[in-house]
Design a protein around this ligand. Structure first.
Ligand SMILES: C[S@@+](CC[C@H](N)C(=O)[O-])C[C@H]1O[C@@H](n2cnc3c(N)ncnc32)[C@H](O)[C@@H]1O
Length: 235
């Protein structure tokens, strides 16, 4: 099994378990609440007559469902993409439960295989997902497609883990992080800055984080930074 296949298998195990054992918007997991930055950014584009949103690596709709609720009784859609069937199956159920299924389009696919129509979206975002693209070259191509897919005045927002380290809690042994792309924080910021040179910066933050997870029955400490990058296309 290749390293990529191993990482994808572990991610699938973790997310399938998480999505099938935690309820959206219930306390007890990170599915508890939508990401405030994503909700706040909607306000910037809310006056457009039609709003098209693309959520890359949508999971079960933690952010897409509340955004779809904002589009009820107005023109607009949220397009939701995820690699995992369990994510999209749950998304559809939540879409039904929260009565917003007609506002949502969905597809089980790799972010990098999804055809982002040019000059089409008012808001494209990805929360904790594009660091899971298969290679840096694919990341670079996807980033350019995201930029081209955004209309003038539209927004892009990424929340990305960087400087990732994993340590076995019992022994203190450093482990190989189960992430496809292991960006250093400054390296990623420079890449984003050079790509988005002519866009308006709306938000740029770096926050250290630390979380304990269980992997293969072992307690693992996951540490790193979370980069939040939100920009608006000016022309
Ligand atoms: C940490 S979860 C975050 C989900 C959602 N963005 C949220 O904030 O609730 C990461 C999600 O990205 C999806 N994912 C990872 N790599 C992907 C890829 N290459 N293409 C599409 N989805 C991917 C996973 O299946 C998972 O549902």
């Amino acid at each position: 099994m290749s390293k990529l296949e191993r990482i994808r298998m572990k991610e699938k195990e973790y997310h399938d378990h998480c999505y099938n054992n935690n309820q959206l918007f219930m306390e007890g997991s990170w599915l508890h609440k939508p990401v405030k930055t994503i909700m706040d950014l909607f306000d910037i584009i809310q006056d457009h007559s039609e709003i098209k949103i693309l959520d890359l690596g949508c999971g079960v709709g933690r952010n897409s469902i509340p955004l779809a609720e904002k589009l009820v009784n107005r023109k607009g859609t949220v397009v939701c993409i995820d690699l995992l069937e369990s994510a999209i199956e749950n998304l559809v159920q939540y879409g039904h439960k929260y009565r917003v299924l007609d506002k949502i389009r969905y597809e089980v696919t790799d972010i990098s295989d999804f055809n982002i129509e040019q000059n089409n979206y008012n808001f494209i975002f990805s929360v904790s997902s594009i660091e899971h693209l298969a290679s840096e070259d694919i990341f670079d191509v996807t980033l350019r497609n995201i930029m081209k897919g955004t209309v003038a005045g539209g927004m892009n927002c990424f929340i990305i883990s960087t400087n990732i380290r994993e340590t076995e809690v019992e022994t203190g042994t450093a482990l190989e992080p189960m992430y496809e792309l292991l960006f250093e924080t400054d390296y990623l910021l420079n890449k984003l800055k050079s790509n988005y040179m002519n866009w308006k910066c709306i938000k740029q933050t770096i926050k250290p984080y630390e979380v304990e997870i269980i992997r293969d029955g072992q307690r693992v400490l996951l540490q790193g930074d979370v980069v939040t990058w939100a920009v608006q296309k000016t022309n």
